[in-house]
Ligand binder design. Structure first.
Ligand SMILES: [Zn+2]
Length: 137
């Protein structure tokens, strides 16, 4: 039985070994990058990031797709406009070259991708905690 407030999930040896190998090989890097200190924390982080990404994608799907993800920018395909949007950091804010704006559906979409936020913060993007982005319909 797990401790109070915890649940146990059963996975196959193959799945466990796959993640255990990644954790064992990259432990120091993972701890630094994600601030987790255990294998369990690492798996929780993966699940959380995946969930956030799925939420972002289902919110706009199939209107916006990720074409490419770089550390400092994200390339999106906007099916409604039939155009490519590139989102990157400019003056400490996310900027979309398609809309020439910091607050469009593309920057909003990008902010829901954890890897993007992390990369953007390294490039000088500051998360404004007092303000949260909401979808404009
Ligand atoms: Zn845009």
């Amino acid at each position: 039985m797990p401790a109070k407030g915890w649940k146990t999930v059963t996975v196959s040896d193959q799945v466990y070994d796959y993640f255990w190998e990644r954790w064992s090989e990259n432990r120091k890097k993972i701890i630094l990058k994600h601030g987790v200190s255990s294998f369990s924390g690492y798996l929780t982080r993966i699940l959380y990031d995946t969930m956030r990404r799925d939420e972002a994608q289902s919110r706009f799907a199939p209107l916006i797709d990720i074409i490419d993800l770089f550390e400092d920018r994200v390339v999106l395909r906007d099916a409604r406009k039939d155009r490519i949007a590139e989102v990157f950091v400019r003056n400490g804010q996310l900027y979309c070259n398609l809309c020439e704006s910091s607050e469009c559906v593309h920057t909003g979409y990008s902010l829901a991708i954890p890897e993007v936020v992390e990369g953007m913060q390294k490039k000088g993007y500051r998360v404004n905690k007092g303000k949260s982005w909401t979808s404009s319909k």
